[in-house]
Ligand binder design. Structure first.
Ligand code: ADP
Ligand code: ZN
Ligand code: ZN
Length: 732
């Protein structure tokens, strides 16, 4: 009888050996309950071995095998092994954290999760009037669902939804089957409703990718904003699911998914679509995961975590807006959802399509090297839609009103007169970023962070955007007592105020994280804007991505310069991407758009490239700088960060790490330094950078190094929290 090696969520880089236990048959991929220490834990069997290194009598038996979810397949386990290895985390932690929380719990799923509801043959074709019954039938029309997946509303509404469901079952319109549908077939239909006939560029792109279905290949779909990339994804997926395969579509932000999700549902009215993001209620999240793992969901649409869902017949992966930084997880397993997707495509033997108007420089570099095949869509797809005209306004030469160029205000006025929409983009929320004393130079700062407090006008508070601390606005200067404190700089609230004073009759909508705290609220506001419910939009990058506002013809950009002066070498890349994205919101229909960027550096090469819509030129110049300076993608990096109550403790740990490093020739380790924002939420932070021009050698080095760090003396380790960030996208 063999030994089962189980991955457990404990911070030890090892597997744990167990025996099968009487009457228990467990195999690789099973979720199992095992005794551990004085308690019990859930884990996943990842290996089977003939013998253990421990004597047999010390091995304990497995207590139970969970059969409430499908066995995890070999491809999924291989992905987990890759992620754990590449990002230097224990396999157990990686495997268990990749499961939805309910499948990590010791308690098995309630059996209702296994009850699958489906529309019966005698369901009426015209829907009943009762709104809840109507909504339920409408949802089930898309395909069978677990009960939990139907109970997604507010908790207090659930009894009523259950009652409505019972009435539908009693009427014989909905059937309950205890067994999940056979896992080898997609639930629902595969009917595809195309929005448009593809244009020649789109058709060519589709053909290129379609030819690779069934084997690994990686594509960069470089298409300008509005070039019809989404339409290409939909066409490819239509082809794929006709063969019974599954498609995985990753998107950056939760706020983006409602509109995209609606588009997918319209295109595939009968297909089971699983939506996955961290904002979902637990029941719905589990149901979506199960639908993917059982192969019922033909399409899985989600944020980066969806790349971790098992999909037995995965045939295509799309990463939309692949350049977006939200694909990188910033805690725990610090993985890149995009890079994981490419690796996963290799494992699955299927194509992966990375789509964007402004590729990450790493991705562009890979396409230049031929590792990714590049497909270009240089024109907008909608008839008559052209790219907006982009120009700069020289802050040194333009008359300003409250920090906004007069010419920009006049341009907004002209849009108001024509009944068109304007968007004023400023990447900073709140009223003003600094409250300062002009007499002595004091500025309100956060006591727990190395940061200024941001003035918020709505509730007259000072808030820290790093730790969330909040306090009342002081009456006078904390140092000299001066009562004449000044708000310096501007954020969205102040811009809104300025615009409201200047255009009293205009309807102004402000969109930032303060006004869009809840996902549904944001979705509703965006919908309202799309239907013309606002004349002027003021917003942060929440407004930059993916939205389609038909009436928008002017975009004004306010504080672009901060990024040009940044010490972060990625700042220019991000600014270009953000500006190209916001610019892409303008003139998406017949009426041409215009973009005005006010700046002190009107002749900066970045703006010139933006005005030419020349991503390739911009990327070439950036890559040249990166190559000369020895930055990624020409080198691979890892960042070791440590935080402690006292800075010297964080530094001491990093010094120890430096001493422990026996770096091979190809690996460079820099000295520990304090982070730029040294204190955050009361902790002092430091970092240490590791670079190499060989990814493989860096990996080998990190593996031995991490093992030593894990074993650091308790006296050092106790005082700090540390993590290793492989391929960091934050330079701090
Ligand atoms: P992207 O994803 O590249 O931003 P979309 O797929 O959203 O582009 O398309 C942009 C706009 O162009 C949408 O309104 C879409 O309906 C329209 N569109 C896409 N393909 C075509 C086409 N072949 N003919 C006409 N309009 C199209
Ligand atoms: Zn003062
Ligand atoms: Zn703070």
């Amino acid at each position: 009888m063999g030994v089962l090696r189980v991955a457990l969520d404990v911070p030890l880089p090892t597997l744990f050996d167990y025996l099968p236990g009487p009457g228990i048959e467990a195999a690789v991929g099973d979720r199992v309950v095992v005794p551990f220490g004085t308690g019990r834990r859930i884990g996943v069997v990842v290996e089977q071995a003939a013998e253990s290194t421990l004597p047999r009598e010390r091995l304990k038996p497995i207590e139970a095998v969970r059969d409430d979810a499908p066995r995890l397949d070999a491809q999924w386990l291989a992905l987990m092994r890759f992620l754990a290895g590449y990002y230097q985390r224990p396999l157990g932690e990686t495997v268990v954290a990749a499961l939805p929380p309910r499948l990590r719990a010791l308690r098995p799923l309630p059996s209702t999760a296994d009850l699958v509801l489906r529309l019966s043959a005698n369901a009426p074709s015209d829907l009943p009037r009762a709104p809840r019954q109507r909504a339920l039938l409408d949802t089930l029309r898309a395909g069978p669902l677990a009960e939990n997946a139907l109970l997604t509303g507010e908790p207090q509404d659930r009894p009523k939804v259950r009652a409505a469901l019972r009435r539908l079952i009693a009427a014989g319109w909905v059937e309950v089957t205890p067994e999940p549908p056979a896992a080898n077939r997609v639930a629902g239909g595969t009917r595809f409703v195309a929005e448009h006939a593809l244009n020649p560029d789109q058709s060519a792109a589709c053909t290129d990718v379609r030819d690779t279905l069934g084997r690994y290949d990686a594509f960069l779909l470089h298409g300008i904003t509005g070039s019809g990339k989404t339409e290409i994804y939909l066409n490819l997926i239509a082809e794929l699911i006709r063969h019974g395969d599954q498609a995985l579509v990753l998107v950056p932000e939760i706020s983006l998914t409602p509109q995209l999700e609606a588009r997918f549902r319209l295109a595939f009215p009968e297909t089971t679509l699983a939506v996955m993001h961290s904002g979902l209620e637990q029941g719905a999240r589990t149901a979506a995961w199960l639908a993917a793992a059982r192969g019922e969901a033909a399409i899985v649409l989600g944020t980066r975590l969806a790349v971790l869902a098992p999909m037995p017949r995965l045939g295509l992966i799309v990463v939309d807006e692949e350049h977006d930084s939200s694909f990188k997880q910033q805690e725990g397993l610090r993985y890149s959802g995009r890079d994981a997707a490419v690796y996963r495509a290799r494992l699955a033997g299927c194509p992966v399509v990375l789509g964007t108007a402004t590729p990450a420089l790493e991705t562009w570099f890979n396409s230049e090297k031929g590792r990714y095949r590049r497909i270009s869509l240089p024109a907008r797809a909608a008839p008559g839609a052209v790219l907006p005209r982009v120009h700069t306004l020289d802050l040194a030469a333009e008359p300003l009103a409250h920090g906004i160029a007069e010419r920009m205000l006049e341009a907004i006025d002209a849009r108001l007169a024509r009944g068109e929409q304007s968007l004023v983009f400023i990447n900073r929320r709140g009223y003003a970023p600094v409250l300062a004393c002009p007499a002595c130079g004091w500025a309100a700062g956060c006591t727990r962070c190395t940061a200024h407090l941001v003035l918020h006008a709505a509730d007259r508070s000072l808030r820290c955007h790093h730790c969330g601390a909040q306090e009342a606005i002081p009456r006078n200067c904390a140092v000299c007592g001066n009562v004449d404190l000044r708000a310096l700089g501007r954020g969205t609230q102040r811009v809104e105020e300025t615009l409201a004073a200047r255009f009293p009759g205009a309807r102004i909508a402000r969109i930032d994280r303060d006004t869009a705290r809840r996902r549904e609220m944001l979705a509703r506001t965006l919908d309202d804007i799309r239907r013309g419910g606002a004349d002027i939009l003021v917003g942060t990058q929440l407004l930059a991505k993916g939205h389609d506002f038909p009436g928008l013809t002017l975009v004004g950009v306010l504080n672009a310069d901060a990024a040009l002066l940044s010490t972060d070498y990625r700042a220019a890349e991000r600014l270009f991407a953000t500006l190209a994205q916001v610019a892409g919101r303008a003139g998406r229909r017949e009426r041409p758009g215009e973009v005005m960027v006010q700046t002190r550096y009107p002749r900066h090469a970045l703006f010139a490239a933006l005005a030419r819509h020349d991503y390739a030129g911009f990327a070439a110049a950036q890559l040249d700088e990166r190559r000369q300076a020895g930055f990624p993608p020409y080198v691979s990096e890892a960042m070791l960060r440590a935080e402690a109550k006292r800075l010297e403790h964080a530094i001491a740990f990093l010094r120890y790490a430096l001493e422990q490093a026996e770096a091979p020739d190809a690996v460079t380790i820099y000295d520990p330094v304090p982070q730029l924002i040294t204190r955050r939420a009361g902790l002092e932070r430091a970092k240490l950078l590791v670079q190499s021009d060989s990814r493989a050698r860096l990996q080998a080095f990190l593996t031995t190094w991490t093992a030593r760090l894990v074993a650091a003396p308790a006296a050092l380790a106790r005082r700090v929290r540390w993590h290793l960030d492989v391929d960091p996208i934050e330079t701090d």
